[in-house]
Design a protein around this ligand. Structure first.
Ligand code: GLN
Ligand code: ZN
Length: 769
């Protein structure tokens, strides 16, 4: 490997893998929702999107990014876009052209001529909190290219900046994440798909594009050998005259697959350098004509980078690679909020250490300068970053050694409930006396405009605490009355006081901070605003007890307390980078443990601890699973083991597959678990059935991510399927998830039908016995 003379330092090319799509002030969200309501035309929506794309390109150019990303924008989700790009709408939709209407049909479902067409299933994008829609491949449907909708925005971008680099999710990742009739042998279609990709690439070349980035994040997974073997032939078919390909991997580590990735017939390789990857091994394996893009800036971290530490890593490979070194964030900046400059309300010591998407651009360009001009040239920025970090470290609340020691002591013992499940179940039955196939909901009820307005008014000091509480209590009265009126068995208070299941708790815990504009896309128009865990987490006082107590005082039926679990509070926050996730999870669990105890002491007979993020926390590589599962289960149990035997502990998880983690799910030892199963038509239950899952299960029978209202018959049919897999004595009846995003009319109809469905089957079962 030749080494360049140090004086001849080149400036690395800077580029991005992708940029946030929501725009300033979540412009896309509002435009989408107006359009879906029928309040604005497709043209209006298109023009909002064009503005966002234009602004994204200009931000990249103004910061000095050499090769801005383009083609990564989506009106809903990039995988659903690809399905349409390649003519892969599931057969039930008929022959869908690649249009906006088709995209919304595919992603949200439609009702035509009284027939309901279910949308594509939603899944988590690797180990991130972004959700993609899983394309369904139909064995009989050839890939075809319908590229106008993909190419048009790229044509616009090229006109403004000829050096833009279009981004495409790669063919093998597309296949891997797709499902459908031919799912088991979908790899057999890789050659056919590669030809379709090649047609798209030819169209890009015709636009005058020089580089195209192809994302293959599956290379960071434990890939079966036949999938690994498919890369070489697939990428041979993608070779396009006049076009260079940058193969991008991220999130997972390449180890074991470095040689494969480095040897593919492409012109460059991007890898995520925030993992422990040994960059010099990769450089050694890389053919000398290829570019290496080092994802040196953590594309999912909100923390300001330490340029000195990063230069330590970069300088040696820069000397080796010279102008073949490119610099980028590790992954698309889609996972970050747009701009930290909005967060002026935070303590300066914290605000100064934040770096969102816009700031990452500057950090990247700074590193490129540090390499080409030498550290001296950026000495001011280096010491500013250090000083900022020192101020954060000395902020009050950052470290509480006494609390840390107490938690470590408590966790030396394995957290267990008083008695094993069968005994607890008996006591719980005596205490709450539920019928066969008990009905419940997952917690939230519709968040009406009125509720949101009340919360906003309270935040802005337009109404006082007493008035706010009065209105929320009234709402709870309504929700409890409604549940009683339709005959639900285990009630909830409806969560009107919660804007978000993570923010609500974070706001009451120490160690958390909140952004004003830190929105990140979750799916479609849905965004989340993850809080920031910057200090040691502690619970100064009870967080939910008064609301639950109030709800319980209104009814003779049992009311379920509602908490967000330690793993979810961790993964749906931006977490400090100076402690392990495990340590932070235990701090949160310890705070929740106090809450569980207080709820139980207040006479609450059931407590649900939501862990929708439990599976998403799984590391991408299996060798790292046992460690994660061990601490995640321990954290959950630390939080819940204080519940007395007659207090029923529920947990809830959505968008999860359980097959490979079912043992850990069982180890949580929750008395009841509710899961999302409608879109998979109960397939997700198989894991529980095959494992002989010992405790109670509520497989969702009402898809709450779609505005379609399920009928009683549909729900009865789903329950019958569930009864084939779970014994009636341990089966619950509930929706897939919380109802906060739905409207009251649909919820009223759907829940009443759900209760009738349960009663119908209950009757049948009792007749049989
Ligand atoms: N209890 C929460 C709700 O009902 C659960 C939400 C979730 O799982 N994402 O909204
Ligand atoms: Zn859920």
């Amino acid at each position: 490997m030749s080494t360049l003379p140090f004086s001849n330092r080149s400036r690395p090319v800077t580029h991005l893998l992708g940029y946030p799509r929501m725009g300033e002030g979540r412009a896309l969200k509002w435009a989408l929702e107006r359009h879906w309501r029928g309040d604005s035309s497709a043209e209006t929506l298109e023009s909002v999107a064009a503005d966002i794309r234009g602004e994204s390109l200009r931000s990249q150019l103004t910061s000095g990014i050499d090769r801005p990303a383009t083609g990564d924008f989506s009106f809903y989700d990039g995988m659903a876009d690809l399905a349409l790009l390649f003519g892969q709408a599931p057969a039930r939709f008929g022959d869908l052209p690649n249009t906006l209407d088709s995209l919304f049909a595919l992603t949200r479902g439609v009702e035509t001529a009284g027939e309901k067409l279910a949308p594509l299933a939603m899944k988590k994008w690797f180990n991130s909190n972004y959700h993609y829609l899983a394309p369904e491949l139909d064995a009989g449907r050839p890939f075809r290219v319908d590229a106008a909708r993909f190419l048009e925005p790229i044509r616009e971008a090229v006109a403004e900046c000829p050096g833009v680099k279009p981004v495409l999710i790669g063919p093998l990742t597309f296949l891997w994440l797709s499902r459908g009739a031919d799912a088991p042998d979908r790899l057999a279609r890789s050659a056919e798909l590669a030809d379709a990709y090649a047609a798209v690439l030819a169209a890009l070349a015709a636009l005058g594009i020089e580089w195209v980035q192809i994302d293959e994040p599956v290379l960071g997974l434990d890939l079966p050998p036949e999938w690994r073997a498919a890369f070489e032939p697939t990428y041979h078919r993608l070779k396009t005259p006049g076009l260079k390909l940058l193969l991008a991997t991220y999130f997972g580590e390449l180890d074991g697959q470095v040689a494969l990735a480095a040897g593919l017939p492409v012109d460059g390789l991007h890898l995520d350098a925030t993992t422990n990857v040994d960059l010099s091994t990769v450089v050694d394996r890389l053919p000398s004509f290829k570019v290496l893009s080092v994802g040196i800036i953590d594309g999912r971290s909100i923390w300001r980078a330490d340029p000195e530490r990063l230069l330590d890593r970069l300088e040696p490979i820069h000397r080796q690679l010279g102008d073949r070194l490119w610099l980028a964030p590790s992954c698309s900046l889609l996972h970050l909020p747009l701009d930290a400059r909005h967060e002026t309300h935070l303590p300066e010591a914290l605000a100064d250490n934040l770096s969102f998407a816009r700031q990452k651009l500057d950090e990247l360009v700074l590193l490129a300068r540090g390499l080409s001009e030498g550290r001296e040239a950026i000495a001011g920025e280096i010491s500013a970053a250090k000083a900022a970090r020192d101020r954060l470290d000395s902020l009050h609340g950052r470290r509480d050694p006494e609390r840390r020691a107490r938690i470590a002591r408590a966790l030396r013992e394995e957290p267990v409930r008083q008695s094993p499940y069968p005994e607890r179940a008996e006591r719980q039955r005596q205490r709450i006396g539920l019928p066969l196939l008990p009905t419940t909901t997952i917690g939230s009820f519709p968040q009406t405009d009125e509720i949101r307005a009340t919360r906003r008014a309270f935040k802005r000091d337009e109404i006082d605490q007493a008035e706010y509480e009065r209105r929320m209590r009234d709402e709870i009265v309504e929700v409890v009355r409604f549940q009683e009126s339709i005959g639900l068995d285990l009630l909830v208070h409806g969560e009107p006081e919660r804007n978000d299941m993570v923010e609500y708790f974070g706001e009451q815990l120490e160690g958390y901070a909140f952004t004003r504009q830190g929105w990140v896309q979750s799916y479609g128009s849905r965004c989340v605003k993850p809080p920031i865990i910057w200090g040691d987490v502690a619970r100064p006082s009870a967080m939910t007890v008064e609301w639950s107590r109030h709800a319980q005082s209104l009814t003779d039926r049992p009311v379920k307390g509602m908490l967000t679990g330690p793993v979810t509070l961790l993964f749906w926050s931006f977490v400090r980078d100076d402690l392990t996730r495990e340590e932070v999870a235990y701090q949160i669990a310890d705070a929740l443990r106090d809450e569980v105890r207080d709820l139980a002491d207040a006479g609450i007979a059931a407590i649900q601890v939501d862990e929708p993020a439990f599976r998403e926390g799984l590391p991408l590589r299996r060798r790292d699973w046992p460690d994660y599962l061990d601490w995640a289960v321990r954290a959950f149990r630390h939080a819940t083991a204080v519940a007395p035997d007659d207090c029923q502990v529920h947990t809830h998880m959505c968008y999860s597959e359980f097959n490979d983690i079912i043992e850990s799910i069982a180890a949580l030892d929750a008395d009841v678990i509710t899961i999302e199963t409608t879109r998979s038509n109960m397939q997700l239950l198989d894991a529980f059935a095959d494992f002989d899952y010992p405790n109670e299960i509520g497989p969702g029978i009402y898809d709450i991510h779609s505005p379609l209202v399920p009928s009683e018959d549909e729900m009865v049919a789903r329950l019958r399927l569930a009864l084939e897999k779970v014994p009636a004595e341990r089966l619950w009846v509930n929706p897939d998830c919380g109802l906060k995003t739905r409207g009251w009319p649909e919820v009223r109809t759907a829940l009443a039908a759900m209760v009738s469905a349960a009663r119908r089957l209950r009757g049948e079962l009792q007749d049989q016995s």
